[in-house]
Design a protein around this ligand. Sequence first.
Ligand code: SF4
Ligand code: SF4
Length: 442
Amino acid sequence: MWRRGFPGGTHPHYHKDLSSGKAIEELAAPEEAVIPLHQHTGAPSEPIVKVGDRVRVGTKIGEAAGAISVPTHSSIAGEVKKIEPRPHPLGANILSVVIANDGSDEEEEKAVLKPAAEQTREEMIGAIKEAGIVGLGGAAFPTFFKLSPPKDYPVDTVILNGAECEPYLTADHRLMLEHAEEIVQGGKIIMKVLDARQGFIAIEENKPDAIALMEKLVAGGNGFRVAEMPERYPQGAEKQLIKALLRREVPCGGLPFHVGTLVQNVGTALAIYEAVTEGRPLTRRVATVTGSAVAEPKNLMVRIGTPVAQLIEACGGYRGEVGKLIVGGPMMGLAQFTDEVPVIKGTSGILVLTEEEAVVPDPEPCIRCARCVDTCPMRLVPCTIQDYVEYGLLDEATDWGLMDCIECGCCAFVCPARRRLVGFFKYGKALVMERRKKSAAS
Ligand code: SF4
Ligand code: SF4
């Protein structure tokens, strides 16, 4: 057991037993898929189909547009009906391709690839980019870009992230139980691309069955070791995982490659395996549908673009009065105003809370107790940063580390005054980014 840990963190109730024992079920393809062209960090893809075009499962419908961007593919076969802004889980209306399912499920011809062992590093990265793969743990950063660090920063260590520390979510846990071999193969591809010398599969101690299975698989000595991590939120955050496992500290404003490390979610490793060995684009993913206000929580294999309402229906519908619908988990997820939003590449789960659970008491004045400071895994002073953002003092907020906040929610979780800390940080970061864009443009 890796007991070294990271500073701060907290212990929310995990509630994973609602769905951890449920094997992944394949959800039927939707009648209509709404596929946003912006599902990743970076520039949105640009549409390359028009209304009336016929597409198949895996047809490219959006081309990467920019250095940090990936293509988008159709998840169903049918006809493009509309290309227009539609509600998106991130909040705004985003340009989306609306496809009516013709029921054929016909697949696009896959790229002909050499066996993985014979592919060069460049060929593998190309296949991963063409497949539209992004980090499936939530951040949705384009994977090909992460696998191409600057030459001055060689990566010697790969960490496959199976911590899944976010409460309620069990999609990665089930993937590790049901697709362990492919995940390890995907990890080997990542190691080959980076020419890394060591690999870890990091799993929180609350998944002993996944730990045992992975340990059995890597026992032959194929470059990977299983790291059993203590249960502590946010154990699965990149910087915290690196610190806990390797004692390496990612510098402020830096990325894992600055300390010779790459972290990839286990679901992403599986997608990499499928892209490099089968030429399969990213058109589906596993999402946990859970919470007290869902009749029967499940883990579902879902086509990208499926409306959330269909996932809920497949789980027996809502139970009682719904208080809050969240895409993601309770700590980092985003509350939704409609269940018509589609599943996107970064959708790891859907959480539905009852009215009683969703009550958020009004915030009270800060009592300067410093609990937020003690729990912050980034060693920030959340109460002070919040003050600066609230009063529009963005330079001061930035000096105090606003942009280093990983939005983990630990500070808000422990705050006795129930201050809306993370909301302020997201707002402040958006303002800083807008200001930076304007100054770059001028
Ligand atoms: S935990 Fe809440 S009340 Fe305590 S110092 Fe931080 S913001 Fe203020
Ligand atoms: S949300 Fe930001 S400020 Fe709050 S604990 Fe997490 S990293 Fe620290």
